[in-house]
Structures are given as structure tokens and as C-alpha cells.
Design a protein. Structure first.
Length: 491
């Protein structure tokens, strides 16, 4: 992975075609997503005001994004006043340079990490490795992914594609390479696997001098950062080391503590189906004799400002990374997270990644099509992101090109390759619908030749009919039927 791009990844249809043939993967995904989905539904049903909370969360995020410059300056002032240091990173490369420099300044060559989507997005672990610094993941699922030389495939449960037998084998084979080895005779019982991870990580927690985290939220009025998690590893990373470096996307800010209250009700129910997270850690700058002696906040743009300039696509920045949309998506359930070629899989990745990275590559241009547009993702989103609307908007961008914002400048992009037939078909359809006489002639011709229609379409249409039947054309159009039965003397 480089700069958030999974090197060598094919376009989504090719990657998905390969992953859907993996029966073990599909079984793991089906079991996990259905379990989380059902638990979430029960947790949400407990609240009579869930829809009002959802509307409040969307409104807070929308208002904050509209005045993001003001709130980010407020964050910088508050963090600095509390003894922290703020760094601004325009892109992944700059963020990686800043973090690498900060770690080198401590003289350490090993850091511990809290699970962080932002650091996965920018490829921080790989950048640190190139500088001779080892980054050790401490979240259980992230640890499994790291030990297995794997990639995360889910926002909430990065190792969702692994079953417990596979995890046991990974621990046995690789734990010794990273520190304390797995216990002899390790079984695949969940309790045994958790204990092996606990013993392995405890040594790292006790000797680590530097930790790297993300943040779920930043409270602008006080400069407070918030991390919610379920295992306690975050609490250890955020309190024990001498230096804490937090890499946070600029969209994670909320104006006040009162606003934070809304999201601390929405996030746990939508993600882990809990009333509240087992661990909610908050810190404001530094305090003598308590916690890290040095705190650095790296505010990451990396395409977010450009996304904010898109009046339709900017709603993706409301995302609070709950992963509810992944757990209900029929495409994700079958294809898995790796097919998306991004740190952000599933429906939210299909709308966020092409905006952060652009649609220049074959992979990124294919992501807006990684959806059936069923709308289930919108129904469960706790901040009411209309993902189907953004998908259709991005599909138009891929096919037609047009004006977008890149690196803060308005540019006009060319249509992506491979969509010439689609553009021609849509323009022909638009012209036909604008001319009723032509439309009537086409309908009558289609009806009279319906016995000659193939079961599978040729050319670009072949992919569509590989999994669908061509709709049968009726013997007469609705217009002709109406004229014959009801429309005597009318046109």
C-alpha cells in the first residue's frame, strides 16, 4: 500500500469475481455481518427517539462542515493552549513525513498503535518501516491482520474474513517474529486466542515510549480528542507512553461537548450494537504527572477539502466510521472488503475513496458501480448519508467527466476510459425520450421483433446478462394499449 492505494489492485469487478469464488471467505462474511446486523437492529429498537437522534447527528455534521475552517482554527487554539502541538498535513506524504520526524526525534524505533482508519488511509505503517521504525498494532483484529501480512477488510472488524482456526494458525506461525511467541498448544478457543494476544501485547504496552492513534471525534471548544473502543488497548496506548501522536481527518471535529453527546449515543449502537462503548478515552493536551508528556495532533486533509467543495458528495464527510452500511450491503457480504482496494471498504468506501483519491485509476473509477443501489446503506446510516445519491452522482462523473476540485483548484476531468458505449446509449435514450414519435416507433419495432431478441446481450451488455434475464418486451406498448382500449379519438 502506498499513500492509501493498495498497489496492484484490479478494478472492483475483477477483484470481486475472484473473492466471490472463495467459499470460506463468503461463509465468514455472511456469519459475521448477519450477527452484527441483527444485534444492531435490537439495540436501535430500544430507543424511541432514534430517528430524531439520527437527524440531529446529520444536522450537527452538516453545520460543522459548512463552517469547518472556523472549528479547525478553534481546535488548533485549544490544543495549543492545553500544551499540545498541532501540525497540518495537506496529503498522505506530508502526514507521513511529519509523523516519521516526530518519532525519530524521540530516538525510538518501535511504536504502538491504536486502530486508526486515517493511518491506514495514508499508509503510515509502511512509511515508518521505510524509515526503520516498527509500528505494532494493538487492536486484536488489526494484530491478526498485521501478523498475517494481510490487509483489513472491514471498518469495525478488520479481520472479519478470518475464522478462529485461521487466527490460531497465524498466531502460532508469526507471533514470535513480532515479540512474545504464542503459548505452546494454543487452541482455537476464543478465550485462548484472546489470552495469547493479551500476553503478547502486554510486553509492548509496558516498554513503549511512543504511541500513535487516530480519533473518533475532536471537540472544538476544548481541544479534546475522543477514542471509543472495546478492548482496552486504546486506553493503554493513550496513557502509558511518553509521547502520543494522533493523526486525525479534519472532518472529525464537532463544535461542543453537547454535540458529542449525540454521537456517543449513535456510534456504539450502530457499530458494536452496544448502549455505550466499554472504553471511551478523552484527553486534552498534556497534564504534568498524568499521561504522555508530549502530545502532537496531525490534522489530515488528503482530499477532504476537495470533497467538501462537492455539494452532493460532501455528505460522505459526515461518516463516523460505524460500519453499519457494510453489514447490510449485499455486495460487500459477497465480495468482501479487499475487493474495494482501499482502507474504506463497503458502501461508504465506494463513495468516499473516489472523492479522496479521484477517479483517474481503473480501480477508483469502478468503485461507484460497486453497489446494487438497494438503499439499505442509507436506511441504517446513523448520520443519514444518502449513499445511493452520491453513488449515482459519482457514476455521472466517471462517465461524463466535468468540473471537479483537485488540490484546491477547479479543473475539468475527462471521462474515464471504457464508458464510450454507455455515454452513447444514454445520449441516444435522452434524444429518443425527447421525441415522442420516435419513441413510439422504437416501441412498436421492439414489440414486432420480440421473438428475435437474444437471451444474452452482446458487447458491453454481456456483463449485465451474465446474471440477469433480458426483460421480455410486451406485444404492444402501454401507449398503444391505451389507444386501442381507452383512447378512441385521442392521441
Amino acid at each position: 500500500m502506498s499513500g492509501g492505494t493498495y498497489l496492484g489492485m484490479p478494478a472492483f469487478p475483477k477483484a470481486a469475481a475472484r473473492s466471490t469464488r472463495n467459499a470460506t471467505l463468503r461463509g465468514n462474511l455472511r456469519h459475521a455481518t448477519h450477527t452484527i446486523r441483527d444485534k444492531r437492529a435490537r439495540a436501535v429498537a430500544e430507543l424511541d427517539d432514534w430517528q430524531r437522534l439520527r437527524a440531529a447527528g446529520a444536522a450537527i455534521k452538516t453545520r460543522t462542515l459548512r463552517h469547518l475552517d472556523h472549528y479547525l482554527e478553534q481546535v488548533e487554539y485549544a490544543v495549543t493552549a492545553a500544551g499540545g502541538h498541532v501540525h497540518w498535513a495537506a496529503d498522505a506524504a506530508e502526514a507521513n513525513r511529519i509523523v516519521t520526524r516526530l518519532v525519530r526525534a524521540t530516538g525510538e524505533t518501535e511504536v504502538i498503535k491504536v486502530k486508526s482508519m486515517a493511518t491506514q488511509e495514508i499508509g503510515l505503517n509502511e512509511a515508518l518501516a521505510e524509515a526503520g521504525i516498527t509500528a505494532c498494532e494493538t487492536d486484536l483484529a488489526e494484530l491478526i491482520v498485521q501478523l498475517g501480512d494481510d490487509l483489513p477488510s472491514h471498518i469495525l472488524v478488520p479481520a472479519i474474513h478470518r475464522n478462529r482456526s485461521e487466527i490460531r494458525d497465524i498466531f502460532r506461525a508469526r507471533m514470535a517474529d513480532w515479540g512474545r511467541p504464542a503459548p505452546d498448544g494454543l487452541t482455537d478457543r476464543p478465550a485462548d486466542l484472546a489470552e495469547a494476544a493479551r500476553l503478547h501485547l502486554r510486553e509492548k504496552f509496558l516498554r513503549a515510549k511512543v504511541a500513535i492513534s487516530g480519533a473518533n471525534f475532536m471537540v472544538a471548544e476544548t481541544g479534546t480528542l475522543v477514542v471509543v473502543e472495546s478492548e482496552g488497548n486504546g486506553r493503554m496506548c493513550l496513557t502509558l507512553p511518553e509521547t502520543l501522536i494522533s493523526v486525525v481527518g479534519i472532518e472529525k471535529v464537532v463544535p461542543t461537548w453537547r454535540d458529542l453527546e449525540v454521537f456517543l449515543q449513535l456510534l456504539p449502537r450502530s457499530s458494536t450494537a452496544e448502549r455505550m462503548n466499554p472504553y471511551t478515552s478523552m484527553w486534552t493536551g498534556t497534564t504534568d504527572g498524568d499521561g504522555p508528556r508530549a502530545f502532537h495532533l496531525v490534522l489530515l486533509d488528503n482530499g477532504r477539502t476537495d470533497t467538501l467543495a462537492d455539494t452532493v458528495g460532501r455528505q460522505a464527510l459526515r461518516c463516523i466510521r460505524c460500519s453499519a452500511c457494510l453489514n447490510v450491503c449485499p455486495v460487500y457480504e459477497r465480495a468482501g472488503g479487499h475487493a474495494y482496494g482501499s482502507a474504506y471498504p463497503g458502501p461508504i468506501g465506494a463513495v468516499l475513496t473516489p472523492q479522496l483519491r479521484g477517479t483517474d485509476s481503473e480501480l477508483d473509477a469502478s468503485l461507484p458501480y460497486a453497489s446494487s443501489l438497494c438503499g439499505a446503506c442509507y436506511e441504517v446510516c446513523p448520520v443519514a448519508i444518502d449513499i445511493p445519491e452520491v453513488l449515482v452522482h459519482l457514476r455521472e462523473r466517471v462517465v461524463e467527466g466535468g468540473p471537479v476540485t483537485r488540490d484546491g483548484r477547479k479543473v475539468v476531468i475527462r471521462p474515464a476510459k471504457g464508458h464510450a458505449a454507455e455515454r452513447a446509449a444514454m445520449r441516444a435514450a435522452r434524444w429518443t425520450f425527447d421525441h415522442p414519435g420516435v419513441l413510439r416507433t422504437v416501441q412498436r419495432l421492439a414489440a414486432r421483433t420480440r421473438r428475435l431478441h437474444p437471451e444474452n446481450l452482446p458487447g458491453p451488455g454481456r456483463a449485465w446478462t451474465d446474471t440477469r434475464a433480458v426483460p421480455e418486451v410486451p406485444a404492444e406498448s402501454f401507449r398503444d394499449w391505451w389507444q386501442r382500449t381507452r383512447g378512441e379519438g385521442t392521441e
